[in-house]
Design a protein around this ligand. Structure first.
Ligand code: G3I
Ligand code: 9MR
Length: 546
């Protein structure tokens, strides 16, 4: 059955205003003279995050339903805008976004038959990792060597962080839990393809195996990160040979670990034949980490003085407790976790690495049939409420976006994607099509419908980024960056500007972006930013009605 994904979805496209309200537009099939659609642009309006200049107008393309490639022409404007209408418009994007995780694998060579021009030798075996002073215990004194290979590099750097792995793995496994049919049919051409497991699960296993090794078997505690003492230079993985350390156990790491292991235990349960005993092992790992966190409820992570890599520091732990309790409850059905969850006291918010409460609501909504009627009602109300709020912002915005000024910080593109992810949860509960359209608007934005007229996903959309802050993309000698990565995006904080030879486009929130490898504050890639891209692209593919 055909599904016309881009159509109602790319329902609106923004074009720079020509000044005359109500100018008309025409849509033609490429190479044809007669228009298939004509309409009038909405009145010009400005969008606060983009600054006072350059008002925009909307062209409503929702009537365009026949597959094909079209050109949108606005009166008085020379260059037409290309519009694609296709049943599988997001299939390649969602697959590439997932394959990006393969490209960021630690401890393995990428073979040309899987990686094409981005093939590279193995780096970071992580089989001889030092226990840092901050992580020393009786069983593992400072300097003890442990092995914790595999996993994904976090981002443009080569370190591996449990907190950020938590939300990333969760989001990918949620995509699997919500849209299994789509992922069963997806072949990524990774080394495991064809082994009887879907490739999404194959890819996630690469990181789960690493995460399991980050738990101290003696007490269930989980180290925050596996890292160098300082960031590597701009070199390929196999050229980066600085000593590696596991650093300090912490409460957030233990809880994020517990949540993901509990979720993964559910997910891998039907795959007992492929991985005997794995589901049970994940479940025990989750319970042990939860117990550690209960005994150590306020161990906030701060970088020790000699460690200068990413911190992912978070001193608000209530949301981590709630999320872990929710996942453990859904997996074990033990009432103690439902009590610890204290659902009535939890707020719902758009999730991010430091605020994971939203993930609990996503899981509870997915499994609401297993909840008491009162809990199911509360979950439905809360998720729909957040969806309504985001959709109202979308409806009122000149760019038709849920994003507002305050959303523009480090990783604003992922903030937008996580808004889309929450809108999709609302749509899955109530079928209100505006929620799905609002989510699609976020993809339109990321692929080029934004004040800079540029895509934020490598290899996709209009004028994609060419110089992401991603060490392999910078050091591999290949002109094109590794494809399928969303970059952090506009960030008025511009924390990197001192070290950059060129200036940002602007200081306005939605324009504060720089496509230069120096720009780790606006142009880095990261696993927690790519995971919701996988989710949202897959969801639109799976959910857009025929
Ligand atoms: O929490 C405050 C909030 O209260 C305040 O209103 C807001 C105003 O700017 O700032 C918030 O803090 C921000 C924090 O992220 C939490 O979102 C900081 O300004 C911001 O600088 C910080 O950025 C983080 C960045 O590391 C620097 O620590 C990003 O979220 C995080 O994604 C990024 O992660 C890095 C890793 O450390 C290393 N690997 C690459 C990765 C991606 O760049
Ligand atoms: O490459 C690092 C990136 O992954 C981090 O997100 C960022 C912020 O912690 O830091 C980058 O490393 C820079 C360092 O902080 C300052 N000197 C330049 C480094 C980039 O080459």
């Amino acid at each position: 059955a055909a599904k016309w994904v881009v159509v109602e979805a790319a329902a609106e496209t923004t074009v720079q205003a020509s000044g005359d309200a109500g100018a008309s537009f025409q849509v033609r099939r490429v190479g044809r003279a007669e228009p298939v659609l004509q309409g009038r642009l909405s009145a010009p309006r400005t969008w606060a995050p983009a600054g006072p200049q350059a008002p925009v107008q909307l062209a409503d393309l929702s009537a365009l339903t026949e597959p094909g490639t079209y050109e949108l022409q606005v009166d008085g404007r020379a260059a037409p805008v290309r519009v694609q209408v296709a049943a599988d418009a997001y299939a390649a994007l969602s697959a590439a976004a997932l394959k990006a995780f393969y490209f960021n694998r630690a401890s393995t060579a990428l073979e040309a038959r899987h990686a094409g021009p981005w093939a590279r030798p193995a780096g970071h075996p992580d089989t001889d990792v030092r226990v840092h002073a901050s992580a020393a215990s009786a069983e593992r004194p400072e300097g003890t060597r442990i092995a914790a290979p595999k996993g994904w590099y976090d981002a443009g750097d080569y370190n591996k962080y449990i907190v950020n792995s938590g939300i990333s793995v969760y989001t990918l496994l949620a995509a699997w839990e919500h849209f299994p049919e789509l992922f069963k049919a997806q072949h990524l051409n990774i080394p495991e393809t064809g082994n009887g497991l879907p490739d999404l699960l194959n890819e996630v296993l690469w990181n789960l195996d690493w995460m399991l090794a980050m738990q101290d078997p003696a007490d269930g505690g989980v180290y925050n990160k596996l890292t160098n003492l300082g960031f590597d230079g701009i070199v390929m993985p196999h050229e980066a040979r600085a000593p590696r350390y596991v650093v300090a156990k912490g409460t957030a790491a233990a809880l994020d670990f517990a949540a993901v292991m509990a979720q993964a235990s559910r997910v891998f349960q039907p795959f007992e034949a492929q991985r005997p005993g794995f589901s049970a092992r994940l479940r025990s790992a989750a319970v042990a980490a939860w117990r550690w966190a209960q005994a150590h409820p306020d161990v906030v992570f701060k970088n020790p003085p000699d460690v200068h890599t990413g911190e992912y520091g978070d001193d608000k732990l209530g949301d981590e407790f709630a999320w872990a309790a929710a996942e453990l409850y859904l997996t074990t059905r033990e009432p103690a976790y439902r009590e610890a969850l204290a659902l009535e006291r939890q707020a719902i918010r758009v999730p991010g690495w430091g605020d994971v409460a939203g993930l609990a609501w996503v899981s509870l909504a997915q499994h609401r049939a297993e909840l008491t009627p009162a809990d199911a009602e509360l979950v439905t109300r809360q998720v729909r409420g957040l969806g309504a709020e985001l959709a109202a912002t979308w409806q009122a915005s000149a760019y038709r976006l849920p994003l507002q000024g305050a959303d523009f910080g480090w990783g604003s593109n992922a903030q937008a994607l996580n808004q889309a992810l929450m809108l999709i949860q609302a749509y899955r509960l109530d079928g209100d099509r505006t929620r799905l359209d609002a989510a699609q608007s976020v993809l339109d934005y990321l692929l080029g419908r934004n004040p800079l007229g540029q895509s934020y996903v490598t290899g996709f959309g209009t004028r994609p980024p060419l110089h992401p802050h991603h060490r392999p993309s910078e050091a591999d000698g290949v002109a094109a960056p590794v494809p399928g990565f969303v970059v952090g995006g506009p960030n008025p904080g511009r924390q990197d500007e001192k070290g950059c030879p060129v200036r940002y486009a602007s200081a306005q929130p939605a324009r504060a972006y720089l496509d230069h490898a120096c720009s780790y504050a606006s142009n880095e890639v990261a696993i927690n930013w790519n995971a919701p891209l996988v989710y949202v692209a897959a969801a639109l593919q799976a959910l857009t009605p025929a």
